[in-house]
Design a protein around this ligand. Structure first.
Ligand code: GDP
Length: 451
């Protein structure tokens, strides 16, 4: 395989920058550029050691650097690797990279180092994906590292299902070749048991997709309610600072204000709305239109009512509109004498809060966590499954169910075998054991250069 190089630190000025070179020629190239202050040669350096020296090209000193040597297979990529830590700053690091490339290294593609690590068996595919998640996590580091830890678990879970299926396939193949041998693994009861267990395991894994998605992407949330019930105040209470205009005159929040806020560990993408009432003037109409659109898109609706007033027709109208939506009815202004009669509200979740006094706001978070199955995610290991992994699980599950149906309707074991085969393949693809080059390339294309 070729020798590749890239700047592995972010493209910005900083204290140091690292140029990573990996492949057969990595140490030769380092030898040509690097002149240690002490004695010795790069070729003689042991793995996991560093040397202080200079990068010199054409007699010109480019920088004082630290060179770290890793020897195959004990490196991130599994190949010989040299890492040059130079002074930060784009000019110096790019200049050194240019020199490295002129000596025969190729510029590394996005994710190239991690891809090599995968190809050399240093990482499983799911582990590599966890690395990508960590790089892109920004500020969600706690989540990302949790994800990395759980990754091993995902791999193990998938492996245990695929191992069971592959074993079953082996038994079925043996039975096809020697139909007279009464192989215990191939009696329909045993096959069914294995299939059922695999089905349950995959269903559980897929459950982690929804919560994983929620943590990664956030929840699109709309706050609706007629004017003056306290939507803006509620949003501000959730945000913790003044954002949209709060005014006692009706209909002051005219546009949909998009705002993201953190509710515990979850990002809510909130659209504050102009209210869902009939629009009177033009500007208000635009606001209402936007609000309706926000409502359509929303995965979660906060429907705000004013507890100090009786339920109005507009309230009922809006309640009707959100019926099909995942929603929380929030009766606001609990600090005032209450006039609203809850028994006329047909909703699963009704909370009483005072947005102005910030009372009861935490109940909202608890309910959202419950609704999206996030409660206790920190203590019980939820597996965060990404899109690719989900699709593999979906395909496997579909085939397992087909196998169960085939078995129960008395079809031949050959037909059952085809289905089981169809279930095992996507799982082997998921764990990276039997994965096409296209999939590998796709996974690594999500990385940045230098990783
Ligand atoms: P919106 O039109 O639904 O966005 O309502 P606003 O947030 O602009 O609030 C309308 C009025 O109700 C403002 O004068 C707020 O101060 C007041 N308000 C909002 N929430 C509460 C609350 O919990 N208690 C009381 N007493 N007043 C509130």
């Amino acid at each position: 395989m070729s020798t590749v190089a890239a700047i592995s630190t972010p493209p910005a000025a900083g204290g140091i920058a690292v140029i990573r070179i990996s492949g057969e020629k990595a140490l030769d190239i380092a030898e040509k550029l690097f002149k240690p202050f002490g004695k010795g040669r790069v070729a003689d350096m042991a793995g996991h050691t560093c040397a202080y020296g200079r990068i010199i090209s054409g007699g010109e000193v480019i920088d004082d650097v630290l060179l770290t040597v890793f020897r195959a297979p004990r490196s991130y990529t599994g190949e010989d690797t040299a890492e040059i830590s130079c002074h930060g700053g784009l000019y110096v690091s790019r200049r050194i990279l240019r020199e490295v490339i002129s000596l025969g290294a190729e510029p590394a593609a996005a994710g190239e180092f991690t891809k090599r690590a995968f190809l050399n068996g240093k990482l499983s595919l799911t582990q590599a994906e966890a690395v990508a998640d960590i790089i892109s996590a920004e500020g969600k580091s706690a989540l990302a590292s949790a994800n990395l830890m759980r990754e091993g678990e995902l791999y193990r879970e998938i492996r245990s299902v695929s191992d069971a299926l592959v074993q079953l396939l082996g038994a079925l193949a043996a039975w096809t070749d020697y139909p007279d041998e009464d192989l215990p693994e191939t009696d329909p009861e045993t096959i069914l048991k294995t299939l059922r267990e695999s089905e349950t395991a995959l269903e559980n894994i897929l459950r982690g997709y929804d919560s994983g998605l929620v943590f990664r992407e956030g929840i699109d949330c709309a706050i609706v309610g007629r004017p003056n019930v306290g939507k803006s105040t509620l949003m501000n209470a959730l945000l913790g600072y003044e954002r949209s205009i709060v005014n006692a005159a009706e209909g002051t929040t005219r546009d949909v204000v998009e705002e993201t806020l953190k509710l515990g560990d979850v990002i809510l993408k909130i659209s504050d709305t102009a209210g869902l009432r009939e629009a009177s003037d033009e500007v208000e109409k635009i606001g209402v239109k936007l609000a309706n659109r926000a409502l359509e898109r929303a995965q979660l609706v906060f429907m705000v009512l004013d507890g100090s007033e009786e339920l109005t027709d507009s309230d009922r109208e809006i309640l009707e509109k959100i019926r099909s939506k995942r929603s929380i009815v929030i009766i606001n202004k609990s600090d005032l004498p209450q006039k609203l009669d809850k028994k006329y509200i047909d909703a699963d979740i009704i909370l009483e809060v005072s947005a102005k006094e910030r009372l009861g706001i935490e109940k909202i978070r608890d309910e959202v966590y419950k609704m999206f199955g996030l409660s206790g995610y920190a203590d019980c290991p939820t597996l965060f499954v990404n899109e690719r992994q989900k699709l593999c699980c979906d395909r496997a599950l579909e085939n397992i169910r087909a196998a169960i149906t085939a078995l129960q309707s008395g079809e031949t074991l050959d037909a059952v075998t085809v289905c089981i085969d169809g279930a095992a393949a996507p799982l082997l693809e998921l764990s990276g054991e039997k994965v096409s080059e296209a999939v590998v390339n796709d996974v690594f294309s999500r990385f940045c250069v230098g990783k």
